[in-house]
Design a protein around this ligand. Sequence first.
Ligand SMILES: *Cc1c(COP(=O)(O)O)cnc(C)c1O
Length: 427
Amino acid sequence: MAVQTVATSGTSTVDLGPAAALSCRECGHRVPLGPVFACEECFGPLEIAYDFSGYDTGELRKRIEDGPASIWRYAPLLPVPADVAGKPNLHPGWTKLVKADNLARELGVTGGLYVKDDSGNPTHSFKDRVVAQALEAARAFGFTTLSCSSTGNLAGAVGAAAARAGLRSCVFIPHDLEQGKVVMAAVYGGELVGIEGNYDDVNRFCSELIGDPAGEGWGFVNVNLRPYYAEGSKTLAYEICEQLGWRLPDQIVVPIASGSQLTKIDKGLRELIELGLVEDRPYKIFGAQAEGCSPVSTAFKAGHDVVRPQKPDTIAKSLAIGNPADGPYVLDIARRTGGAVEDVTDEQIVAAIKLLARTEGIFAETAGGVTVGVTKKLIESGVLDPAKTTVVLNTGDGLKTLDAVAGTGLTATIRPTLDSFREAGLA
Ligand SMILES: *Cc1c(COP(=O)(O)O)cnc(C)c1O
């Protein structure tokens, strides 16, 4: 893969708050903060390393609690300049942690079941969190076009963020996505390009574009800005713990597309422990996939360390990444924490969407059906402990994937008379 370096508008250093360097996740080699994503030594993926040494736990906690009701309350733990919290672009995050007692009763969970409902973000998916980080990095590095390869939700989040920031956006998606995702990505006025192929083809194309003069000045949020982008997912971990009263959940069920979100939720939890913001005790992370795109759960169940790519075929299009970049790290985390990775069929996804809607009044997109469906399956198989505090992520909004529940509709059509109402048997 080509590694792009871009001059940072005349300055040799960038201010990204507590972010200190980029560090290779494979060999630990460190390089200065910049728009690079692969290690020059071993080609491993880079991630952000921080200097949190100056923080006092009590002061940090107070600063967070006094902060805005968005991800920016955690600015001291993110790769953004300190003043970003005062002038943010979009305000994602601080979404509801819903105590799901009705669902708990149906599933037999006694230890407390919560749904972290990220459909409440500005563009109705968790992707606003990651784009907010990438946007600040893009500005710091002087990029003029914001871009991405997307399974749908990311395209909308990039379009919205770029529109508000006054940047050009040009995003790439597989040509056959749900109408809700396409409209959501197009409405903000940026350029939206459908690629004849699946997400993995789109991603490969974007990597080529980055290495080509045609892609000069382009910040791909999930490719050359990936180290910054990925950090946005930590805010899910921070919020869940703060909303539980600065407490770690025992079990957390996370959907997997590239696996980035799951790995950064783990990173966020470990940071809270290191900073003394939560008590250090064990937690388990569970990954959820659709059977029609289950490269990570297949590897987990087979006891493999490598993830063999698959050709996706599932209604959970937002999770349809056949060659997930963070797959091996997800396997490590699931095994290290005592969790698991499981998958469900499309039928089980639809049933789970309806179950969550019927019990909690939350309309999830197919990805939420995957996490709820996997939670149910893991409880039934005894892998998830129903006596433990469990958090399930709903990462997107059902209005974007209406086709999944297309059979749902009118109970009856009647004339506007009481007789007709009685005839329909509804009285
Ligand atoms: C992108 C996405 C995810 C997870 O993405 P990762 O690539 O694993 O970080 C989960 N749910 C929804 C709805 C998404 O759009």
